[in-house]
Design a protein around this ligand. Structure first.
Ligand code: CA
Length: 229
C-alpha cells in the first residue's frame, strides 16, 4: 500500500469552498481529508499520504505555494500530486513562473466536473505502469500475480515481503523509518511492534541473497531502511 487509495486532501481556509470540494469529491467516489491551513495539512501528512492534494493558493500564514514547495522538499511527500487552486488568471500566470512542482492548477470559479476530470487525469499520470509490473535491476515485480521474478525466474516471497519490496521499489533511494514502513506496508489500523519490520526486512534480504540482490535493501543506521537500485 502506498498512497491511501482514492483519497484527496483538500487544503482551503474558506469553509464554503472546502465543503463544496468535499461534497463534489465524495460524490465522485473519493475519500476526502479536509485541512483549513497549510500547518494543519502538514500535520496530516506526517505519517500517511493521500492519492493527491488540492491546495488553495491563498491560505493564512503559509501560502499554498509555500506549502507545495515544502512538500516537494520532504522525501516522504515529494511525489504527492498537487493541484493548485487560484483565484484569478493573474495568479495562474504567476504560478507558471514558479518551479514549485505543482502538477496542475485550476482557476476559481471552476466546475465540479472539470475538477474531477483533472484529478482523474493526474492520478492516471501518477499511477503505476500499465503492465502492472515494476522492473528494477533485473528484478520484475508482477503486481497482478504478486510474484517476483529475477532474470525471468520466480522467487518465493511471503506476502509481507512482497508488499515491503513493492513499497521499496516504488520509492527508490528514500529512507523510511520503521514507523513509516509499518504505516505503508502493514497499514495504520494494525498494531505491530517496530521490531517486526526488521524481521521481514531480514526475510526479504534472505530471499534476494542467492541472486546477490540483497544489497539493494540498505540499513540506514539510526534511521531505518532504503532501497537503492
Ligand atoms: Ca483561500
Amino acid at each position: 500500500m502506498d498512497h491511501t487509495a482514492n483519497t484527496v486532501l483538500v487544503v482551503e481556509d474558506e469553509a464554503e469552498i472546502r465543503e463544496m470540494l468535499s461534497f463534489t469529491l465524495s460524490r465522485a467516489g473519493f475519500t476526502v481529508w479536509e485541512a483549513e491551513s497549510a500547518e494543519q495539512a502538514l500535520g496530516m501528512l506526517d505519517r500517511q499520504l493521500p492519492s493527491l492534494a488540492i491546495v488553495d493558493w491563498m491560505l493564512p500564514r503559509m501560502s499554498g505555494v509555500d506549502l507545495a514547495a515544502r512538500l516537494r522538499r520532504d522525501a516522504f511527500t515529494a511525489e504527492l500530486p498537487i493541484i493548485m487552486l487560484t483565484a484569478r488568471g493573474e495568479e495562474a500566470d504567476k504560478l507558471k513562473g514558479y518551479d514549485s512542482g505543482i502538477d496542475d492548477y485550476l482557476t476559481k470559479p471552476f466546475s465540479p466536473r472539470e475538477l474531477v476530470a483533472r484529478i482523474r487525469a493526474l492520478l492516471r499520470r501518477a499511477g503505476k505502469p500499465d503492465d502492472g509490473a515494476i522492473n528494477i535491476g533485473g528484478m520484475t515485480l508482477d503486481l497482478r500475480s504478486h510474484q517476483l521474478r529475477v532474470e525471468g525466474q520466480p522467487v518465493k516471497l511471503g506476502p509481507t515481503e512482497f508488499r515491503l519490496l513493492e513499497h521499496f521499489m516504488t520509492h527508490p533511494n528514500r529512507v523510511f523509518d520503521r514507523a513509516q514502513l509499518l504505516d505503508h506496508v502493514w497499514g495504520r489500523s494494525i498494531y505491530v511492534e517496530e521490531r517486526t519490520v526488521d524481521v521481514h526486512v531480514l526475510r526479504l534480504r534472505k530471499a534476494l541473497k542467492p541472486f546477490g540482490l540483497d544489497k539493494h535493501v540498505e540499513t540506514v543506521r539510526g534511521v531505518g531502511y532504503r532501497f537503492t537500485p
